[in-house]
Write a protein that binds this ligand. Structure first.
Ligand code: AMP
Ligand code: ZN
Ligand code: FE
Ligand code: FE
Length: 288
């Protein structure tokens, strides 16, 4: 079970991955995947190309998204599967996320400059390839300019939550993030619950109950960032609530070079049936 047949969490250069949608689909095929979800942060810009490439490659592409919502002291990301990415209402809300990034990016630059780091927004935008700017693009420029050795160090010294150049861009409550996805026909899934940094099982249970009340449909029990024991706890917490139990590698290409597409721990078990079941439960139930 080293490489799963289904990977429900991946990024392209439309957000902060390094592959194009076509390259990502080609890699998924090379690795023998049957289904892949593209879940770029805050944008559906890569989906059309990915859907076209997947249709040609004979691979099932789940149209997805990943959004960051307000949560402390940890990080909460909500995945959306089988969203209607052409929904004008969804696109309007995603423009709000883009605006939050546009407001944040110069503030990060200012903080870095105040720390004595010589870096400009133009350099970071160039690094992003002109699409959406994310912190990994800042990290790459910092590495190139020798302010950090690698991505973990760039985040630890400058960009991570709690580090000196961190700027909070989150503007949406978890409930609203979930609603944004369900209202566009999608299934909302809690990404990598480990990042919530819940200190006790009770704390995790309470958060899940809150999210389920808002319409959460699933939990990402398997992730390249979660160990076997954590995965089991998330699976059980999900099953007790009748949630879809999903998994994904959180592949970012060279921006997270230790993560392989399709790989989320040797104990992982992501069934194709969960893809079918989510499609049925989504607004796309009737689609081929
Ligand atoms: P952004 O959406 O621009 O805030 O950037 C989020 C991205 O930064 C995510 O894809 C993460 O993979 C990456 N990231 C966040 N925190 C860290 C960290 N501590 N180390 C490495 N990458 C991180
Ligand atoms: Zn990312
Ligand atoms: Fe995430
Ligand atoms: Fe992700």
């Amino acid at each position: 079970m080293l490489i799963q047949k289904v990977d429900l969490h991946s990024h392209t250069l439309h957000s902060d991955g390094t592959l194009t949608p076509s390259e990502l689909v080609a890699l998924a095929r090379e690795r023998g995947l049957r289904a892949l979800a593209l879940t770029d942060h805050d944008t559906t810009g890569g989906l059309e190309e990915a859907l076209r490439a997947a249709a040609q490659a004979g691979l099932e592409l789940v149209p997805g998204i990943e959004v960051s919502v307000q949560y402390d002291p940890g990080t909460m990301h909500i995945l959306g599967y089988f969203i209607d990415h052409q929904s004008p209402r969804l696109q309007e809300r995603l423009r709000g996320f883009q605006e939050a990034r546009r407001n944040r990016n110069p503030q990060i630059i200012q903080k870095l400059n105040e720390m004595g780091v010589s870096i400009t927004l133009d350099e970071v935008v160039a690094e992003s390839g002109g699409d959406q700017v994310g912190r990994p693009h800042f990290a790459r420029v910092l590495i190139r300019k020798k302010y950090a050795r690698d991505i973990p160090e760039a985040f630890g010294k400058y960009l991570a939550k709690g580090a000196p150049a961190y700027v909070d861009k989150r503007h949406m409550a978890p409930e609203d993030g979930i609603r944004m996805i369900t209202e566009s026909g999608g299934i909302a899934v809690l990404a990598h619950p480990k990042q919530l940094r819940a200190k006790t099982a009770e704390e995790l249970e309470a958060v899940l109950d809150r999210l389920v009340a808002a319409g959460l449909g699933g939990i990402e029990a398997y992730s390249s960032s979660q160990d076997e024991k954590e995965s089991r706890a998330y699976r059980e917490a999900g099953e007790r609530r009748g949630l879809f139990v999903t998994g994904g590698s959180d592949f970012h290409g060279a921006n997270k070079s230790q993560v392989e597409l399709g790989r989320m721990g040797d104990w992982a078990d992501v069934r194709y049936e969960v893809v079918e079941a989510m499609r049925q439960a989504s607004g796309r139930g009737a689609a081929a």
